[in-house]
Design a protein around this ligand. Structure first.
Ligand code: SF4
Length: 656
């Protein structure tokens, strides 16, 4: 049965809301397929505002992969702002996709990509607006299967009651496999209803269906057991790993936002995974091993993507882009290829070394020299050993001096506060480091007007990392350390230095809630629902986040169960404790993670397995994968200048 667009009901509401253009769709490279010509229909959601969600690579890749299959349709949906939500409720307009403006409830699958746990309340808004029961147990065959993906899916327990399934790891191949399962189940006349469909997904070993697993708890609140409650489903669920990135050159046609968005450029993922081993970094741990895209693959994606989108800037993305084994050749050859055109190239530069400056210089041949960003992450040498960030202050000073000497005027440094074993002194050393950076920069450049911005985030221990056992620092301690740091930066003695140092940080409260949602178990689900019912929306936005709403809900829901917000966050775990994600297999051996946690406490570092022998983290044997790196020695051919004299422009981007 055909499904009607809700646009006629939505359109009269749009003049009454902020940024209405974000709801109209029709972006360059958007796809709207005939509903009736397809068998399997996906709605893909990024649970944040359009301006944040549209550039998301994960959603963009899956959207294109799915729409390339003839009988599969995929459309996008984003969180609607509270002003539109209110009007939609008043006028009975359901949550819709921005492509066909079709109601979410009509789709077979609703895939939600979570980069952060603070998007959970936005998923509940979308489900409710769509008329989809919040609790998975209340859904019938007529409702979409709600599937969580993204990094947060590595511990989806806090939303286990609200999702039907989760996929861990890379989604490209998983969404095709799931589409095949739905197609076959429909062709057979939907045998066994929703339960059988979910069982078939779970049987693959790579789709987690929370309701097929039961938890039991001990009187002291700890998890006692977790395991499957029926046959045909595996004990543990494995993450997905796409090995050959060149075989998956997506997005080929990047979406071009209609409204202002956080990144107005095309991005090319130059490799996936990271084995640097920063102990706080969940992204690095769960995406192992390293898999590089070839230099030709990168060149071809840029050429195709620019022609299809008209973007004028390309970001070379990955968790640590300067670590690509052929990054020198890639930047040089791309800079040659695009010299004299309108195309700018950028590399998120976080590695602290002179080589990184060379790369930045190469890429900025064609454009402005604005700012360089480095991530020492910890203020003292000691804490950097704890977190396995092998950077000495001497390296940093050398690197930034080189940058200032070569004409860069602005350096940004990223740090974290609240790291395991951290003291006030570790944080205060950030001020010293920033002042030394300014001093060295003045000498190197011969100028006084150089700037250094320090940006500080609250550390949140994450599942599947060596810090998964750590006690999270309480918000009062974080706030007090940051206050002392500000005073140290502005101290009278060094006023002329302090004036050139910018400091950005958030208070520690959102981090503790993120901590609850990151390491929580199923009991935390009712806290999320209570917050949502009390008006919680857009919790990742400081202007919408209410700490009090979360603490009130946490007390009401958790304390009768004998646990609390503190129990889930500021409590250190023991080696024996059953963790809520123990049945979800990221490939990392729990023993290896524990040993690495002990090494952290002993301030012992661990090398990168790309350049040293394998140290048996477990991923490669468990997942049947291997490190895939160059150098291949291949060249970016043909080296034909692209766009000279006739840069491809997108009218949407040049509009006033
Ligand atoms: S198994 Fe060995 S080679 Fe593979 S990611 Fe782990 S440490 Fe590196």
């Amino acid at each position: 049965m055909s499904v009607q667009s809700v646009f006629p009901q939505l359109e009269p509401l749009l003049p009454r809301v902020s940024k209405p253009v974000q709801y109209v769709g029709g972006e360059l490279n958007a796809t709207v397929k005939e509903w009736d010509s397809t068998t399997v229909r996906w709605a893909l959601m990024y649970p944040d505002a359009y301006e944040v969600g549209l550039p998301n690579q994960g959603v963009m890749i899956l959207y294109e992969v799915l729409n390339e299959i003839a009988d599969v349709l995929a459309e996008r949906t984003y969180a609607v702002w509270p002003d539109l939500e209110k009007l939609m409720r008043e006028h009975g307009v359901p949550q819709f996709t921005v492509d066909g403006h079709r109601p979410l409830g009509a789709f077979d699958m609703l895939g939600v990509s979570f980069s952060t746990e603070l998007g959970y309340t936005n998923m509940l808004t979308a489900l409710d607006l769509a008329g989809i029961p919040l609790l998975a147990a209340d859904r019938t065959e007529d409702h979409p299967v709600v599937l969580a993906g993204g990094h947060s899916a590595f511990n989806p327990e806090p939303i286990a009651d609200y999702i039907d399934a989760a996929v861990l790891g890379d989604g490209e191949e998983a969404v095709i496999e799931i589409s095949d399962i739905i197609r076959a189940w429909k062709a057979e006349g939907r045998p066994g209803g929703r339960d059988e469909l979910l069982t078939r997904m779970a049987e693959t070993g790579g789709v987690y269906v929370p309701r097929f697993y039961d938890f039991t708890y001990r009187p002291d609140g700890h998890i006692d057991t977790v395991g499957p409650n029926r046959p045909r489903v595996p004990e543990t669920i494995a993450k997905r790993t796409t090995m050959d990135l060149d075989a998956w050159p997506y997005p080929k046609k990047p979406l071009v936002p209609l409204a202002e968005s956080v990144h107005e450029r095309m991005s090319v993922e130059i490799f996936r995974g990271c084995t640097r081993g920063c102990r706080f970094c969940q992204a690095g741990m769960i995406t192992r091993p390293v898999r590089e895209r070839s230099i030709e693959g990168i060149g071809a994606m840029i050429q195709t993507g620019l022609a299809a989108s008209g973007f004028e800037e390309v970001g070379l993305l990955s968790l640590s882009s300067a670590d690509h084994s052929e990054i020198g050749e890639i930047t040089k050859q791309l800079a040659d290829r695009y010299e004299g055109t309108n195309t700018g190239l950028s590399l998120p530069s976080t590695r602290v070394d002179a080589f990184n400056i060379d790369l930045a210089n190469e890429l900025s041949r064609n454009g402005r020299r604005s700012g360089l960003t480095f991530a020492p992450e910890g203020g003292s040498e000691r804490i950097r050993k704890v977190i396995n960030k092998m950077v000495s202050e001497e390296d940093l000073i050398k690197t930034v001096s080189a940058a200032y000497a070569q004409g860069w005027r602005q350096v940004k440094l990223y740090f974290m506060c609240g790291l395991p074993t951290e003291t006030d002194d570790d944080v205060l050393q950030i001020a010293e480091m920033a002042k030394n950076v300014i001093r060295a920069g003045r000498v190197a450049s011969g100028r006084k007007d150089i700037r250094c911005t320090i940006s500080i985030g609250g550390f949140v221990p994450k599942p599947h990392t060596p810090f998964q056992w750590a006690a999270q620092c309480d918000p009062d301690t974080i706030d007090s350390r940051l206050r002392k740091l500000r005073e140290a930066v502005n101290s009278d003695r060094d006023r002329s230095l302090g004036r050139n140092i910018g400091m950005r940080y958030h208070d520690g409260k959102p981090s503790i809630i993120e901590g609850l949602l990151s390491r929580g178990d199923r009991r935390v689900g009712r806290v999320i629902e209570a917050v949502w019912r009390a008006g919680g929306r857009f919790d990742g936005w400081s202007e919408h986040f209410s700490y009090e709403r979360w603490t009130t809900a946490a007390s009401a829901v958790l304390e009768p169960l004998g646990v609390s917000l503190d129990w889930f966050t500021t409590r250190e775990r023991t080696e024996e404790e059953v963790l809520p994600w123990d049945h979800l297999d990221s490939g990392l051996e729990k023993n290896w993670l524990w040993d690495d946690w002990q090494d952290a406490l002993d301030e012992r570092e661990q090398d990168d397995c790309r350049w040293t022998p394998c140290f048996d983290c477990g991923v490669c044997p468990a997942m049947g994968t291997d490190i895939e790196i160059g150098p291949t020695g291949r060249k970016l051919l043909p080296i034909s200048p692209v766009g000279v004299g006739s840069p491809v422009r997108n009218p949407a981007l040049s509009a006033p």
